[in-house]
Write a protein that binds this ligand. Structure first.
Ligand SMILES: NC(=O)c1ccc[n+]([C@@H]2O[C@H](COP(=O)([O-])OP(=O)(O)OC[C@H]3O[C@@H](n4cnc5c(N)ncnc54)[C@H](O)[C@@H]3O)[C@@H](O)[C@H]2O)c1
Length: 239
């Protein structure tokens, strides 16, 4: 299957490695910064037939692709994903799939209409330990799950946020819950086995006055199956 990657930054080697491991043919790369593509071609010793694009629309117009992976800054995922679906490509989208429910639903609906597959990179679901626990939950080995918690107590200092302009912004990053805590939030919802009915939450920015978005989020969740969840996520913790 013909594969292309849009966004060749820090996480992109994981995407390229996964494509290679799964026998996909890497036919094109796209990044607004050409050196990012050159670095990855060198890193993986990709053939010189791999075509490079600085505009994803141009790539979609020129290439016949089966699967496209998107690993651009989070705020651009939705627009690029919708363009890829228009071009009949199946998608692997880095987390978060989009920065709003509305955009995420648009992607899911449009892909379903075209019978295309879309997956978000929630790779932790494939961890052996997580899979074993999830099977045990589904088999009801723990009985009914009354409540579950997700704690993300991370440290992300100025150096981290300075790595790229989009980090810590509302429009491109989405904040600590959307960026750093999303895997644990996803696992919590998956383990609790139902959709969310109600949420009460606080977010705040306590120690990162150089970013726009929150560095702390605390939420209480009621699931449709009457179980409860607690989320605590922050980039404020000093080790
Ligand atoms: N699954 C995970 O655990 C995980 C881990 C890290 C990052 N991510 C996600 O991956 C995405 C990228 O993160 P990163 O750390 O690699 O960021 P990064 O800033 O290192 O890389 C982003 C790349 O996208 C390029 N880019 C920006 N706009 C573009 C556009 N319109 N078209 C093509 N290329 C464009 C940039 O030039 C850059 O090379 C984010 O959404 C992030 O949340 C996921």
């Amino acid at each position: 299957m013909k594969y292309a990657l849009i966004g060749c930054g820090r996480i992109s080697p994981n995407n390229i490695q996964a494509a290679i491991n799964n026998g996909l043919e890497v036919v094109a790369l796209c990044d607004i910064v050409p050196s990012q593509m050159d670095d990855k071609i060198k890193l993986f010793n990709l053939p010189n037939t791999v075509r490079k694009y600085t505009n994803h629309k141009e790539m979609l117009a020129n290439e016949k692709l089966d699967i496209v992976a998107i690993s651009t800054p989070s705020g651009s995922h939705a627009e690029i994903a919708l363009d890829c679906i228009d071009a009949n490509c199946n998608l692997i989208i880095e987390k978060p799939i989009a920065l709003s429910i509305e955009d995420a639903e648009k992607i899911i609906e449009k892909a379903a209409q075209k019978n295309l597959k879309v997956c978000a990179c929630h790779q932790n679901r494939f961890n052996k330990a997580i899979q074993k626990i999830h099977s045990a939950v589904v088999e009801k080995r723990f009985g009914k799950m009354f409540h579950g918690t997700a704690h993300v107590r991370w440290n992300r200092g100025k150096n981290y946020y300075d790595q790229a302009d989009w980090r810590g912004t509302w429009s491109q990053d989405g904040g600590a819950l959307m960026n750093q805590c999303i895997h644990n939030i996803d696992i919590l919802r998956w383990m609790m086995g139902d959709e969310i009915e109600e949420v009460f939450a606080y977010t705040d920015n306590l120690t990162h006055d150089f970013i726009e978005a929150e560095d702390l989020g605390i939420a209480l969740i009621k699931f449709k199956n009457s179980s409860y969840g607690i989320i605590e996520g922050t980039t404020n913790i000093y080790p």
